[in-house]
Design a protein around this ligand. Structure first.
Ligand SMILES: N[C@@H](CCC(=O)N[C@@H](CS)C(=O)NCC(=O)O)C(=O)O
Ligand SMILES: *[C@@H]1O[C@H](CO)[C@@H](O)[C@H](O)[C@H]1NC(C)=O
Ligand SMILES: *[C@@H]1O[C@H](CO)[C@@H](O)[C@H](O)[C@H]1NC(C)=O
Length: 249
């Protein structure tokens, strides 16, 4: 609580000292304040270090965490009343994240991240083609591969039911993704250029995820991806988000 407040107020002070407040920012602050009084906070459903961390990390980067109510749902336990009601009223697949307003529910972490960046007019690179490509590539292609490997490594290997062909096939696909990402990162600090963007919150999750699977066996041979991940991990918003299994509120 204290740390978060300190972080938030430091960021605000920095903005005041070095950035100045543009008319647009002032307008946004006023509008958000008004919005806060006239409507309920949006609800972000999350669980520990799952893909919902993309959204929580982004909210911290946007300095907007306090605009949302964070609700922890144990999506593994499908039989609990909490899970059942979550399935009925929020997410038909019983997965996280989900973002819910009174009149809108968003179900995909990538879509939620785009929505947040757009809402706060921040962390959107100028080359939208490049941004869309990375967002879709990570969510549709890379996620699929990592999900398969995650199930094999974390569940099936535990009871000796792993599928060696599936591991081999998915590892080859991961390598294809990794090689592509290395070329995309060449000469850049971040995936869409020299500025950190919403795409880094999405891809950064996958890099962290890969580094957590089997002592990083997948990502180890890619020094460019490892140093990219280190750059991301050095950000205060990343550290705050991953510091504990539950975000500090
Ligand atoms: N494509 C979805 C994937 C959501 C997803 O599968 N989330 C996982 C956590 S990373 C989950 O809730 N798993 C619980 C389950 O499948 O039972 C997104 O990116 O939002
Ligand atoms: C879950 O809901 C059912 C039906 O409403 C109720 O009978 C039961 O006691 C609830 N269980 C828990 C653990 O709250
Ligand atoms: C092994 O674990 C997987 C994943 O948890 C499960 O689906 C499967 O039924 C288990 N198989 C055996 C033989 O225990």
């Amino acid at each position: 609580m204290e740390q978060l407040q300190k972080f938030v107020s430091n960021k605000f002070t920095l903005t005041l000292c070095f950035g100045g407040i543009s008319a647009l920012t002032a307008f946004t602050i006023l509008r958000n304040k008004k919005g806060k009084n006239s409507q309920k906070k949006g609800k972000l459903y999350f669980h520990s270090v799952f893909r919902s961390n993309r959204c929580i990390w982004l909210l911290r980067e946007l300095n907007a965490l306090e605009d949302y109510e964070l609700i922890d749902v144990d999506v593994w336990d499908k039989t609990s009343n909490e899970s059942k009601s979550y399935t009925e009223t929020v997410h038909p697949h019983t997965t996280v994240p989900a973002l819910q307003y009174e009149d809108l529910t968003l179900l995909e972490s990538g879509a939620i991240c785009m929505h947040l960046a757009e809402k706060y007019h921040s962390l959107i690179p100028t080359d939208l083609g490049d941004l869309y490509n990375i967002m879709f590539y990570v969510c549709a292609t890379l996620d699929e591969v990592q999900e398969k490997l995650f199930v094999q490594f974390f569940f099936n290997e535990k009871n000796g039911t792993e599928d060696k062909n599936e591991i081999e096939h998915a590892t080859q696909k991961f390598n294809a993704c990794a090689k592509y990402l290395v070329t995309r990162l060449r000469g850049k600090e971040y995936i869409c250029g020299d500025k950190f963007s919403v795409a880094d919150c999405v891809l950064g999750y996958n890099m962290w995820w890969a580094s957590e699977m089997k002592e990083g066996i997948l990502i180890q041979k890619y020094p460019e991806l490892l140093s990219y991940l280190e750059r991301l991990k050095s950000r205060p918003a990343f550290q705050q988000t991953w510091k504990s299994s539950k975000p500090v509120m």
